[in-house]
Ligand binder design. Structure first.
Ligand SMILES: Nc1nc2c(c(=O)[nH]1)N[C@H]1C(S)=C(S)[C@@H](COP(=O)(O)O)O[C@H]1N2
Ligand SMILES: [Mo]
Length: 331
């Protein structure tokens, strides 16, 4: 597998929205304080400074300003992946298959207006404008690891809310067993849609209980900012205990069904990418081991690899969803 870093001469398409490092450091310190239970009066002044900064930044989604760290065990204190690495080393095949392609090409993605359609086995099917989706629930900041099936990982402060908030709102019917996530496939703005690498649109799926799990995040931002296009703007999923590809980017439709959805990677290579795709160091990919990983932005090419954790470290929270299942068969 070829791993490249692209640091030279790259100009970020939403450069004006990047959080200055110092401001972001403040937020990180705050998260540490909150985790250690020491956040007191500091929070108030931090919050108002933040609010001021938000107000002065026109490209900012207002709802993101209210994002707070949640206390539900979803925060890891690992070192954050530098913003630059998290936004220039991506998988987003609609914009090319090289890790640097999305950052180079995704400026053509048009994210306004944006609608997400909810349909299938629900009492209240609806078409949500992005603005309404943003307002549906309070935003939280959650620091999650994301591990790719290829053996690299990142630690990112995501902004969003539990997908369950939206699911509760639309009231799935009793026979809804799975949720299908359909992503944008517009050949006019996505240069690789039409190529034969995948069957477009890129589709992902979760079982209903996985979709309802509080860790499953509907994400609108990262590092306190709106999602950069290459990371799945304007709205994506983040399912932290599964391989990265389960986290569909640029969602346009969420469909409730009684059958296991046919997902893009499963259709492309069923023997390599199962429906569940839980991070599992004991089940190798047919072509490589899944026992270790390389942290992007931290571990050099020749550094000793880190051990991959069962369910990417979220076993205590999600392990019971798979009790009694053969995880070698249901990979
Ligand atoms: N629409 C869409 N979503 C996608 C992908 C993609 O190619 N298209 N790639 C997936 C894969 S393989 C990974 S590892 C993650 C990467 O997310 P990141 O670039 O924000 O790290 O997005 C996932 N979501
Ligand atoms: Mo991936």
């Amino acid at each position: 597998m070829l791993i490249k870093t692209h640091r030279d001469g790259f100009i970020h398409p939403i450069g004006s929205e990047i959080t200055p490092q110092s401001a972001y450091q403040g937020r990180r310190d705050m998260l540490k304080l909150m985790a250690s239970g020491l956040a007191g009066a500091a929070l108030a002044s931090w919050a108002s400074r933040e609010a001021l900064a938000q107000a002065q930044r026109p490209g900012k989604l207002a709802a993101l300003a209210a994002a707070k760290s949640n206390a539900a065990g979803a925060v890891t204190m690992e070192k954050l992946t530098p913003y630059k690495d998290a936004t220039t080393y991506n998988n987003f095949y609609e914009f090319g298959t090289d890790k640097a392609d999305p950052a180079r090409n995704a400026h053509t993605l048009k994210t306004t207006p944006w609608t997400v359609e909810i349909d299938g086995l629900v009492k209240k099917p609806a078409k949500y404008q992005l603005e309404d989706l943003l307002k549906l629930s309070a935003q939280e900041e959650r620091i999650y690891r994301l591990r790719c099936v290829e053996g690299w990982s990142m630690v990112i402060p995501w902004v969003g809310y539990s997908l369950s908030k939206l699911i509760e709102k639309v009231e799935p019917l009793g026979n809804a067993k799975f949720v299908e996530f359909i992503t944008q496939a517009d050949p006019k703005t996505m240069p690789f849609v039409g190529s034969r690498v995948l069957d477009w649109p890129y589709v992902e799926g979760l079982r209903m209980d996985e979709a309802m799990h509080p860790l499953t995040l509907l994400s609108f931002g990262m590092y306190g900012e709106v999602l950069p296009n290459q990371n799945g703007a304007p709205v994506r999923l983040v399912v932290p205990w599964k391989y990265g590809f389960k986290s569909g980017k640029s969602l346009v439709r969420i469909r409730f069904t009684d059958r296991e959805p046919k997902t893009a990677w499963n259709k492309a290579a069923a023997n390599e990418y199962g429906f569940y795709s839980n991070v599992n160091p004991d089940v190798d990919h047919p072509r490589w081991s899944q026992a270790t990983e390389r942290r992007i932005g931290e571990d050099g090419l020749f550094a000793k690899k880190r051990k991959t954790l069962m369910f990417n470290g979220y076993e205590a929270q999600v392990g019971q969803l798979y009790a009694g299942m053969d995880l070698k068969k249901n990979f």
